[in-house]
Design a binder for this molecule. Structure first.
Ligand SMILES: Cc1cc2nc3c(=O)[nH]c(=O)nc-3n(C[C@H](O)[C@H](O)[C@H](O)COP(=O)(O)OP(=O)(O)OC[C@H]3O[C@@H](n4cnc5c(N)ncnc54)[C@H](O)[C@@H]3O)c2cc1C
Length: 298
């Protein structure tokens, strides 16, 4: 189960895009690292804990957040955004105390964890793909993260809607944590939907994936396949597979709703196939650029 208790998601019907009161106070939540686990050779899980997470209610299973990552031994300074964009607020800090900022998905959320000292905290796991291609502030901080490190979470919201009868999910390795969270949420709240889901994953190697995706979900969803592509070829590989599905009359290639997350060019190409070639309503395509091949994605 992704979320404990499963009621820690605000709206489990999710027929419309989820939202959070983004103007409200308390969006910046101080946390500390309580565990680091190597889930797969190139996938690292970091557990973050903080009293401020104990009152968190997720807006949906693919909820993402900004992770503010200070230098080793430092903490994130108090940030008064005053309505400013978080990127601008961080950029306005003096360089010596400026934390890194990248975006991650809640892989698991435990709303109430009782500590030995009697305190109650909330806990988030995030799963991060470790890449060798010029690791930026995110991959560098995660690689060095150790128990006791300080950080802060900037709360955002989820993206996926439980919209249509024939959803197609396309994810690369960085978006498989979000995909798995959606599958687990569906199993908890709407298990009959699972057989309608068509899932296509593109990854560079199995080392980037939490083990067991096909084994755990392959028989429970409508269809699931994983293609492996070298860096830069993700879009071509996944679009070729989708077009083959279409040619074969496979239901995966007649979606009413598409959720595509991962590398920017890949998600854009999938949106192009869905909207321009298959006539899917553009309002029913959620495509999110998680990272950009060859350059930083601040
Ligand atoms: C809504 C949202 C949710 C996200 N959730 C997750 C998540 O759950 N797990 C996760 O791993 N990432 C997730 N990301 C991506 C994450 O924010 C970072 O982009 C990623 O960790 C890389 O950050 P970086 O600082 O190391 O690299 P950057 O500074 O962004 O880029 C530096 C270089 O690294 C390359 N690069 C970046 N990522 C990869 C990659 N995956 N494979 C190969 N090369 C890469 C870039 O092309 C660039 O050349 C999410 C992004 C968004 C917007």
């Amino acid at each position: 189960m992704t979320t404990i208790p499963s009621s820690a998601v605000a709206d489990t019907a999710l027929r419309t895009h989820p939202g959070r009161d983004l103007a409200g106070p308390g969006r910046l939540v101080p946390v500390s690292v309580t565990a680091v686990t190597q889930v797969a050779p190139s996938l690292r899980r970091v557990t973050l804990q903080g009293p401020g997470l104990a009152s968190l209610v997720l807006t949906g299973p693919d909820e993402y957040f900004g992770l503010l990552m200070p230098e080793p031994g430092a903490t994130v300074p108090p940030l008064e955004t005053g309505g400013m964009n978080i990127r601008a607020a961080v950029a306005a800090l003096p360089e010596e105390s400026r934390p890194g900022l990248r975006w991650y998905t809640v892989r698991h959320f435990r709303q109430e964890v009782h500590r030995n000292d009697g305190g109650t905290v909330g806990e988030i796991d995030l799963d991060v793909v470790m890449h060798d291609d010029h690791p930026g502030p995110g991959a560098r901080w995660i690689a060095d993260a150790t128990v006791g490190d300080s950080a802060a979470v900037w709360l955002c919201n989820a993206i996926w809607i439980r919209h249509a009868e024939r959803p197609l999910f396309v994810a690369d390795a960085s978006a498989v944590p979000a995909l798995r969270a959606i599958l687990e949420f569906t199993e908890d709240h709407h298990p009959d939907d699972l057989s309608l889901y068509h899932v296509r994953v593109v990854a560079h190697t199995p080392d980037e994936l939490e083990p067991g995706l096909a084994e755990e979900w392959g028989e429970r969803v409508g269809s699931l396949s994983i293609v492996y592509a070298s860096p830069g070829m993700e879009a071509e590989a996944v679009c070729a597979a989708l077009r083959r599905d279409r040619g074969a009359g496979h239901p995966a290639a007649s979606p009413e709703y598409v959720w595509a997350s991962g590398e920017a060019g890949m998600t854009k190409a999938v949106r192009g196939v869905a909207v321009d070639e298959w006539d899917v309503d553009r309002d029913f395509v959620d495509w999110v650029a998680y990272w950009i091949e060859g350059r930083p994605r601040p």
